[in-house]
Each structure stands twice: as structure tokens, then as C-alpha cells.
Design a protein around this ligand. Sequence first.
Ligand code: PXL
Length: 279
Amino acid sequence: MKKTPLVAAINDLSGYGHCSLTVVMPILSVMGFQCCPLPTAILSNHTGYESYFFQDYTEHLTEYLAEWQKLELNFAAVYTGFLGSEKQADIVGAFIRDVKKRAGENKPLIFVDPVLGDNGKPYITCTPEICESMKELVRQADVITPNITEACLLLDKEYCGERIDETAALKLVKELASLGSGQVVLTGVRSKAGMLANLAFDASQNHFYWVEEPAVEPYYNGAGDVFSAVLCGSLLAGLDMQSALEKSAFFVYLAAKDTAAAGASIRDGVMFEKYLKML
Ligand code: PXL
């Protein structure tokens, strides 16, 4: 019997609203990984609501990680999402280097979801400094999963709108690859009427991947978190990029369709729980 592989999930804990750790943890668990959270911030609910409690967790990260170091944990992957402050990039960056060193030949998967904004707007907590910090993490990643807003923020480009055609989307993933991550996945692209595309570029193979599903409206908060968590679990389980994209996109589509049918609020996120067992 092999030990359950460990994934360090570096993300905020938002108590309500289907995002970040409350999404990543159940998804990676059901996919067969022990998901070990490192909270970057603690919120009552995510920042898409008018009111929320927010506590930045930066000052505790070093002590927290020192205890993990004593335990000599070997992580199969590091998944990072929302950062609570710009200082966290240095701490997380050092942790990633340490995980890589410990793993040696068994290269861990460094999966960075650069959570910065959506629909052309940076999240309220996303300062220019946090954006710069995220660029540092992206450099260390094997896989990154920005949406178009995040892609433009990472590239210091003017926001080009959610609706971009295939040529523009492919150009954008190539530009993102120049930031240093081996595989770039661009999520939630409104490529043509009624469709939602997720595409990827593998820099080492010079290969593009493209997956489309019918778009479910509205595009729920945290849908990107659900997509990225399933993608990370699928890649770790050994699926190739095309199959991993298909699995992730289909999972989000099914759960979002149910969420829309239930008339849920866009802010309450995707009701994915019923579908966990199909992962
Ligand atoms: O789903 C992205 C996300 C993650 N974490 C926090 C957020 C958001 C989006 O609003 O506010 C705290």
C-alpha cells in the first residue's frame, strides 16, 4: 500500500462562497491526495460580497512552515492561489524551492493559480505589489491557470475583454509562457457565442490544447478555483493535458448548470458537491 501523496495548498480560507481552500481541499481529497492547507488569509466569505471579515495570515506563515519542516514532509505538489500580502511570495517561493530540493529526482508539480481578478477588474485586495509578487511565483511554476484578466495583469497589458478569438487567445498563452512557466492554461475564455473555452500551451512541446463547453451564465465566482483544482488533481493522477482539460471543463460545466438551475447567486459560487464522486 502506497502512502497518500501530499499536496500543499497555499490559498485563503473563505468560510462561505465556494472558493479557495473550501474548493481545493474536497476536490483534491476525493481525487486521492492528502491536501495540506497553508492559509494565506482567513475570511468569513470572499471579497465579492459587500462585507467580509479579512485577516492576513502572513505573520504566521514562517512559524507554520517551520513545523512542517520538522515533520520532513515530501510533497508531490504545491498548489498556490490567493495571496494575502505581497510578502507572502518570498515565503512561498522559499517553500517551493525547499519542496523541490527535498523531492530530488521525483519532481513535484508546482501549480500556480495566479488569483488576481476577474472580468477586467483586480480583486479589491489585489494591489500592484501583490501583482508583482505573483509574477515571481509564476516564474517558479510548472503550470499556471490565469483567466484573461489575470493574464493581462501578469503581462502588464491593457485588459482586452473576455471575448477574444482563437488567434488572440493563442497569442496570449504564448506570451504568458515567456514569464517562465512550462505549461500555461488560459481559463474561462468566451471564444464564440454560447461557448466557454479553456486552452493550454506547452512551451517545451510547442503544443496547443483547446477544450470548449457550452457556456453556463452567469460565470460563477470561484468557477476558476474549481477548474484549477480538478486540473491539478488530474495532472497529478497522470492524465495528459488534453484529458485533464476536458475533465476539468466538463466538471465545472455540470456543476455550473445545476447551480444555474437552482437560481443561486453568482457570488455564492458553483454547487459542485453533488459531482465530487465522479472525480
Ligand atoms: O475565487 C477567487 C477568490 C479567492 N479568494 C478570495 C476571493 C476570490 C474572489 O473574489 O475574494 C478571498
